[in-house]
Design a protein around this ligand. Structure first.
Ligand code: FAD
Length: 549
């Protein structure tokens, strides 16, 4: 049974082949690929795993239909291939998601979308070659305006010509999917640490030889050496480079684009309703856990990345846009929760952030006479596994060694070893429905995959841990599992990343108290630590939701 521990707490100072800075999906995928090729790998994350941009996504595992408008055929094909792979290797997290795209106006708009979707179908020629046949996707199809309003009655009908239906995938829990990559890396021998901030580099003339890492839990510092350091700090990539030299940081500016989402009661049926705004951007109303996620925005962000917060103005702007293009009219009081993040985009002064490419780039700093450091910039959650493959290709080319076989597309991620999800869920219901709410069985089996049995077992050993905390059926035993097995250090880790208890909005004070009591006992927190954690929760949920509920 895999238990995540923090390497920074061990006494080992053995050198590594590869050190990765950042535990978002990019760092997690690089750690998995590197360790599965047999390289001694360490990863350091300054906050919690997968808690930054990787937790702020629209939860899509997608080809990115809209990138076809920029003729980025290569990016779309790469994304469609990775979509298929993620559906295969993480079957309990990734599910087919139908999109409905209403088309207004004249024949030109219809033709444009039809050409785009025909191309999307062609580029995803292998979409039915899934390991689990329930994940196979169909080509697009169309509905006339009457059929459209029957299936999605809140679509505006004035000037509606028809709608097009196509498919991508949804990741039901990006935070847990990132963790699955990290667990897979650990299973292959990688060591990882959350709350471990890379403060500076160990530099010997023009070579980076390691990193100085601060353990933010125990307030100590340690040095770790490696043959190569991979900067996967995403939106902080240029901040990391400032620790090396002014030259590196100015050569690699990261452009940041803010994207926010709001969560409301369910305002669309089971499709993603994809609306084109007057300014030509796309706005999606996505189904998730019996609610709607509405997003996203795309606005250049010029502030400090550490200071970033979703603003009330951002929420208001999003509400105005959705109200302009959809029959349901929402107010600020309808916003149950909002989350946002910063896209790290490759800085190209000639592009606005919405049109900036989602391609990734690898930069070997040896080009500016600084050896031992590679920076990864840009990218999408969907393409992270491929990005990791390219990082390892570059490293092995530099080391002049034969490229190891990359088996990450062929093997299930840790906890996801499920050849047929439908059969797996049926068998979980047969085993556990007599003891738990079927909703609990469904939620836990999907979100914890083959590890879900441990949670059911914990709950059966201690009746109190069977207590249901959310409408989805989440139970207290998940908190116990998070603490015992998943390197959980704070209440925010539990509510926002290990479980989904706090991702639909602020849990009730009773639930927060219950989780706080259990966590503080299990982690032996002092009164001060408990208060600090409670304060963090309050801060997290009060801004910018002063007027909400
Ligand atoms: C609003 C929005 C919606 C999106 N939707 C989608 C989508 O639906 N599908 C899709 O495929 N992509 C989507 N993306 C893109 C996707 O989220 C990103 O490409 C991806 O998450 C980037 O991951 P990352 O690991 O590079 O960055 P991050 O997740 O930000 O990880 C970087 C990590 O580095 C850590 N770090 C920084 N400095 C240090 C340090 N000094 N020491 C140690 N660690 C450090 C940070 O704490 C952070 O955890 C979306 C992006 C946004 C903003």
């Amino acid at each position: 049974m895999l238990k995540l521990s923090r390497h920074i707490e061990s006494n080992s100072t053995d050198p590594f082949d590869i050190i990765i800075i950042g535990g978002g999906i990019t760092g997690a995928a690089v750690a998995y690929t590197a360790s599965s090729m047999g390289y001694k790998t360490a990863l350091f994350e300054k906050n919690d795993y997968g808690g930054a941009t990787s937790a702020a996504t629209s939860k899509l595992i997608h080809g990115g239909l809209r990138y076809l408008a920029n003729f980025e055929l290569g990016l779309v094909r790469e994304s469609l291939r990775e979509r298929l792979i993620l559906g295969n290797i993480a079957p309990n997290f990734v599910y087919p998601l139908p999109f409905l795209f209403p088309i207004y106006g004249g024949i030109f708009n219809i033709l444009k979308m039809q050409v785009g979707l025909n191309l999307y179908d062609i580029l995803s020629f292998d979409k039915s070659k899934t390991w689990d046949k329930s994940k196979a996707l169909q080509n697009h199809t169309s509905y006339n305006s009457i059929e459209t309003t029957k299936i999605e009655p809140n679509i505006v009908t004035e000037n509606l010509q028809q709608s097009l239906l196509f498919y991508d995938y949804q990741s039901i829990a990006p935070e847990r999917l990132t963790l699955a990559f990290l667990k897979s890396a650990v299973q292959k021998g990688a060591v990882i640490s959350n709350y471990a901030k890379v403060e500076s580099f160990i530099q010997n003339q023009n070579r980076i030889e390691g990193v100085v890492v601060r353990d933010l839990i125990h307030q100590t510092e340690k040095e770790f050496k490696a043959k190569i350091i991979v900067n996967c700090a995403g939106t902080w990539a240029d901040e990391i480079l400032k620790k090396v030299s002014e030259q590196s940081s100015t050569a690699h500016k990261v452009k940041r684009s803010e994207g926010i989402h709001i969560i409301t009661k369910k305002i669309a049926e089971n499709h993603v309703v994809s609306l084109q705004t007057k300014s030509g951007k796309h706005l999606m109303i996505m189904p998730w856990r019996n609610h709607s996620i509405i997003g996203t925005t795309d606005k250049e962000y010029l502030g400090e990345p550490d200071q970033y917060k979703v603003s009330k103005q951002g929420i208001d702007e999003l509400l105005t846009e959705v109200n302009e293009h959809y029959k349901v009219k929402l107010t600020y009081a309808d916003v149950q929760f909002a989350y946002g993040g910063l896209r790290p985009l490759i800085d190209n002064p000639s592009e606005n952030s919405y049109n900036a490419s989602r391609k990734f780039e690898l930069y070997d700093h040896a080009k500016v006479n600084l050896n031992g450091l590679i920076t990864v910039e840009g990218g999408k959650y969907t393409t992270s596994r491929h990005l990791a493959h390219e990082v390892l290709k570059l490293i092995q080319k530099k080391w002049q060694v034969t490229m190891q076989k990359d088996k990450t597309a062929k093997n299930y991620l840790y906890g996801c070893e499920i050849p047929n999800v439908t059969q797996f869920l049926t068998s979980q219901h047969q085993k556990y429905d007599a003891h738990f709410n079927p909703k609990t069985v469904e939620y836990i089996s999907k979100n914890y995959g083959t590890q879900s049995d441990i949670i059911f077992q914990l709950a059966q050993e201690n009746e109190a841990w069977k207590e249901q905390l959310t409408d989805d059926g989440e139970i207290l035993a998940e908190v116990v599992y998070a603490i015992q097995f998943e390197s959980t250090k704070t209440l925010c880790d539990i509510l926002l990343r290990r479980t989904g208890i706090g991702t639909l909005g602020k849990p009730t004070p009773e639930i927060i108290d219950k989780i706080t009591d259990l966590t503080s006992k299990m982690l032996h927190w002092s009164t001060e630590e408990t208060t600090r954690n409670q304060q963090q929760i309050q801060n997290y949920y009060t801004m910018p939701f002063e007027n909400v509920n």
